[in-house]
Design a protein around this ligand. Structure first.
Ligand code: GLY
Ligand code: MN
Ligand code: MN
Length: 430
């Protein structure tokens, strides 16, 4: 079904982006079509989406002299029999608030013409070899001509720096969608808690999760579901999902929903039976305590890097206390030995992409958080060494949080996290 109205905020974003260089020529390519048939639903190129919400493949946005033009395929009855109804330039212009929309075939000529009075082209090289070749060939043609008439060279600038800064801080439209993505995924996770039992399988978990989010209005999962039971949970990117759930094991489920262009990213870990074992509870409680502690530190001015440092410190303390690491706290942190048990980051930006853009400055302290940033908080501990009393236990707890004026709001607060509540709920399933 085609959209009939689109929020004018996309046009406002295009204006905001190009205000930094009104003489610049900005080019954004949409996702390119590939070969094959009924290729399924895949997200639009993220920056292209952020600037338009236009869903069709092979489209291009050109912004120049305060004017945004969309290049897209014209309507074609025969082709639409195969691929469905298209907007066509005329409708796309109105619905998506472009100043102009033209058939895709006219892009090269329009680009060359706009180049005549541009000094800078904003285009990301390296994302797609076909797009690179096209733009570089056009630039070469133009540059040769400019050389003859001596109008100077054209710089190529990567627009991602500015776009990453914009996308890091979510606007009201984005926050509403992220709330929805978080809510839908949290409900699906809770559905798993209420249903999955010994004898079910990891693939049941994936199927139930994906079924739940699709029924609730998601477009697709935001990444491949990780349904990792028992020792499988100690493999961070476990996606085989081909084991049966065994009584006495924990299961770690890392799964999210892609809703209206935005991703959620949630991990819950729970016992397959009604109760945690003593060792499972020790690890789970430690991860939960650290997770709550880190969430309580999220506020404007704090950086993801400092949250990571704090998490490492907290986990190193536990690992020394449990006899898994030897030495002083500083030694354990310095040597990086803790990475054996906590090998990943505690947080990343979240948005259109699961690992969203936003890190534009390579400073030692990291970019300070601001109101409107959405990030995950996801500490985890994984024990793979046979000698450990916790051998085979993997626990990660991941929430999505929005930075507010003085702190943060947990967008995934519907999830059941406390040991007592989890056991109460789980004991009713088995
Ligand atoms: N699900 C991917 C991540 O947690 O970063
Ligand atoms: Mn994550
Ligand atoms: Mn995750």
């Amino acid at each position: 079904m085609l959209k009939t109205t689109v929020d004018p905020i996309y046009a406002a974003r295009r204006k905001r982006l190009t205000q930094s260089d009104p003489d610049g020529l900005f080019v954004f390519f949409g996702r390119r079509s590939g070969r094959g048939y009924a290729r399924g639903r895949e997200p639009q190129a993220a920056n292209f989406y952020y600037l338009s919400e236009y869903p069709e493949l092979d489209a291009i946005i050109l912004i120049h002299a305060g004017k945004s033009t969309l290049f897209t395929k014209v309507r074609d009855d025969l082709d639409e029999v195969w691929h469905g109804e298209r907007y066509g330039p005329e409708r796309a212009k109105e619905i998506f608030h472009f100043d102009a929309a033209l058939p895709i075939e006219s892009f090269d000529a329009s680009f060359l013409s706009a180049l005549k009075d541009s000094r800078r082209v904003y285009f990301t090289i390296g994302e797609d070899a076909g797009n690179d070749a096209r733009i570089l060939n056009l630039l070469k043609a133009s540059q040769d001509a400019r050389q003859r008439i001596q109008t100077g060279l054209i710089d190529i600038v990567d627009p991602r720096t500015r776009l990453s800064d914009m996308r890091r801080v979510k606007d009201a439209v984005e926050i509403e969608r992220m709330r929805k993505a978080a809510k839908i995924a949290a409900l699906a996770h809770t559905h798993l808690l209420r249903r999955m039992r010994a004898g079910n399988s990891e693939w049941d978990i994936e199927a139930e999760f994906v079924g739940s989010i699709l029924k609730a209005g998601a477009e697709f999962p935001s990444y491949t579901t990780i349904a990792a039971s028992g020792i499988n949970a100690t493999t961070l990117h476990y996606t085989h999902n081909n084991s049966l759930l065994r009584l006495g094991d924990l299961v770690l489920v890392d799964a999210g929903a892609f809703v209206d262009g935005y991703s959620s990213d949630i991990t819950q870990t729970f016992p397959i039976g009604g109760q945690f074992s003593a060792d499972q509870k020790t690890v789970y409680q430690a991860v939960l305590d650290v997770q709550r502690d880190v969430i309580s530190r999220v506020k404007p001015g704090i950086s993801i890097r400092s949250l990571q440092k704090h998490t490492v410190r907290r986990f190193a303390e536990y690992l020394i206390e449990w006899g898994h690491l030897k030495g002083t706290l500083d030694q354990v942190i310095e040597s990086g030995e803790y990475r054996r048990y906590f090998p990943h980051g505690v947080s990343h930006y979240l948005g259109i992409d699961v690992h969203d853009v936003g890190a534009t400055e390579n400073t030692k302290e990291g970019v300070p958080l601001e109101q409107g940033v959405v990030l995950t908080i996801e500490p985890g501990l994984y024990f793979r060494d046979a000698g450990s009393r916790f051998h085979g236990i993997g626990v990660r707890i991941e929430d999505d949080v929005l930075v507010t004026k003085n702190g943060c709001e947990v967008l995934t607060s519907d999830l059941v996290r406390e040991v007592a509540e989890l056991e109460e709920l789980r004991s009713r399933v088995n």
